[in-house]
Ligand binder design. Structure first.
Ligand code: AKB
Length: 336
């Protein structure tokens, strides 16, 4: 009998695919993956996959009827650029589905009298720095500073952080019944770079798009200025961090929302890094003022010291040099 029964929503996204792979290696975990899309062939057999739309009411009801989840990794979301094209749909997908799943977790925990861990990927998009001067001069931003997002994606991530915390700490505070036990934990991710998949619909995508284009011999124009800097991390570290946070005993956690980061790079640094592996890569800069404006509100660096102290977070790909070696080797292999 597996010790853990895990639900992964948004399972066919970049983090989802890598998480299925990592969790399946643990051996004691039954994985139920869910996405609008079928599971990529390379992951076949690693999870029990449901191709379904969480906005349809009966989907959550049937999940609930068939399962008692120990962990929910709720990854399904519309990213920042796509969310701006349809903010109300983004609200439904990013916020409403989250609250529906928190309700499901609360009911499961109450019915079975056990604690359900709810892992949530938040984002640097919850930040909204007022101007470029502030962005370029503030020290690494802490969890409780500048949380004034300018995008629907950022607003929904911030809302879900708050509402997840509410379900863990104050839900049904006036009711006279068995308490629910939802153990909500969130990580604010920077831009994530994978050697094997390319993101879509995000505003931090300029970095990964550039290097993946070069590896395929394609020209690329960055949609942000070359000086624009934000924090990034590698996908294996991102997945490891989610599992680390899930495995940390609750008494070690002094907060529910944690920043994590590895290194900060500008779009110009990305060009340099890309050219070190693909010297003939054609890379230009054609900033799109609207997407540019979004990235200008995200911090250059974030402070992840609470995650380091409370659960021992430390990136393996922690410097630009280490990331460069790993990335160039794996991307080249991937496309060959
Ligand atoms: C996006 O660009 O929307 C995401 C993020 C920073 O959360 N990659």
């Amino acid at each position: 009998m597996p010790d853990k029964k895990v639900l992964i929503t948004g399972a066919c996204g970049e983090i989802g695919q890598a998480l299925i792979q990592s969790l399946s290696e643990e051996g004691n975990t039954e994985i139920i993956s869910l996405d609008l899309k079928p599971l990529p062939e390379k992951l076949a057999g690693l999870s029990h996959h449901l191709q379904a739309d969480l906005l349809k009411e009966d989907v959550i009801a049937s999940l609930e009827k068939m399962n008692r989840f120990s962990h929910i990794y709720h990854l399904a979301a519309i990213l920042s650029t796509t969310a701006e094209q349809n903010p109300f749909l983004a609200h439904k997908i990013n916020s409403c589905i989250t609250i529906d799943l928190l309700e499901m977790a609360a009911r499961m925990s109450q019915a079975g009298n056990y604690s359900v861990k709810f892992l949530f990927p938040s984002s640097i998009a919850v930040y909204g720095l007022p101007d470029l001067k502030t962005k370029q001069s503030v020290p690494p931003v802490k969890e409780n500073q500048f949380t004034d997002p300018t995008t629907m994606y950022g607003c929904s991530k911030l809302y879900c952080e708050k509402v997840g915390t509410y379900y863990s700490e104050n839900f049904q505070q006036l009711a006279d019944q068995i308490p629910t036990r939802v153990d909500f934990r969130a990580i604010r991710f920077p831009g994530i770079i994978s050697a094997f998949t390319v993101p879509s619909g995000g505003t931090s995508d300029f970095g990964p798009e550039m290097i993946h284009a070069a590896a395929q011999g394609l020209p690329y124009d960055s949609f942000v200025r070359s000086d624009v800097t934000i924090p990034f991390m590698m996908m294996p570290d991102a997945v490891r961090s989610l599992i680390m946070l899930a495995d940390t005993p609750v008494e070690n956690l002094h907060q529910r929302i944690y920043n994590i980061t590895s290194f900060s790079l500008s779009a110009g640094d990305f060009k340099e890094m890309t050219r070190s592996g693909y010297p003939d890569a054609e890379i230009g800069f054609q900033p799109d003022p609207k997407r540019q404006a979004i990235v200008d509100t995200w911090p250059e660096e974030i402070d992840d010291s609470p995650a380091r102290t409370d659960w021992g977070w430390k990136p393996i790909y922690g410097t630009r040099e280490v990331c460069q070696d790993y990335l160039l080797a794996n991307i080249s292999r991937h496309y060959s």
